[in-house]
Design a binder for this molecule. Structure first.
Ligand code: FPP
Length: 238
């Protein structure tokens, strides 16, 4: 078991390997995503047991739109179903849901469910759960840049006032601590355009486990690895 001292405050997750999990079992890719959604629910239970306050998961990237139509449709249907279940369960738990990404591309009926879930859970404060959907890190940086440029253009901000803090305040999801741990499953060792600004000093742990198989044991391993690393933030003191 990982020690409970120096637990990460914010865990970001790239839930990779759903397709390979399904392929290994001779199942359609969708079966991997479905099992992946179950693994995500288990993961959320575990982080709440540990009292970890912030989680951000990569559910669908801006690049994922180029996947075959049937797979996108299957993922969107899974999202519809997951949203419905979470709206029903919203009163029973203490999770605040927050979606980040270019949601203009998401179907209107799904977007309505997303907004409903966000509204229903707006006052919860147990776990701040961010779901990156139709999300790209570069796109987020452009989004912030445009917001800042607009403020400068309208004389609401002086160009000399632009700082890292100001920039951060204009990202999709301002006000939360940056992830201190990133977990990516399935053996891939890339960031893949996830949270480019926010991951600057994040400890990264890459596990071979395929996301649908992710268990409490994997979370424990990732946290133990996180705790072993001395975190210096580029200076001599942590
Ligand atoms: C990556 O595996 C995973 C995704 C593209 C989707 C992640 C989605 C879930 C875990 C389900 C919950 C999310 C929603 C939207 C309800 P991959 O398909 O890239 O796997 P592969 O690299 O093995 O092909």
């Amino acid at each position: 078991m990982a020690e409970t001292i120096s637990l990460p405050k914010h865990i970001a997750v790239i839930m990779d390997g759903n397709g390979r999990w399904a392929q290994k079992k001779g199942l359609p890719r969708f079966a991997g995503h479905k099992k992946g959604a179950e693994a995500l629910a288990l993961f959320l239970n575990e982080v709440q047991k540990l009292n970890i306050k912030y989680v951000t998961v990569f559910a669908f990237s801006s690049e994922n739109w180029s996947r075959p139509k049937e797979e996108i449709l299957a993922l969107m249907n899974l999202l519809r179903q997951t949203l419905k279940e979470n709206i029903i369960k919203a009163d029973q738990n203490n999770i605040k849901y927050n979606f980040i990404g270019n949601l203009d591309k998401i179907n209107k009926d799904i977007l309505e469910q997303i907004r409903l879930l966000e509204e229903k859970t707006a006052n919860k404060n147990g776990l701040f759960f961010n779901i990156a959907l139709s999300y790209g890190g570069r796109e987020e940086i452009i989004f912030a840049t445009k917001k800042i440029a607009e403020k400068v253009k309208n004389n609401k901000l002086n160009i000399n006032e632009i700082s890292e803090d100001i920039f951060a305040q204009n990202l999709y999801n301002p006000g939360q601590p940056y992830p201190d741990l990133l977990i990516r499953t399935s053996g891939e060792k890339r960031i893949s355009n996830f949270l480019l600004w926010q991951l600057a000093y994040t400890e990264m742990v890459f596990l071979d486990t395929l996301w649908p198989d992710f268990s409490a044991k994997d979370l424990d391993m990732a946290i133990i690895e996180f705790q072993k690393r001395e975190r210096r933030f580029g200076s001599l003191k942590g």
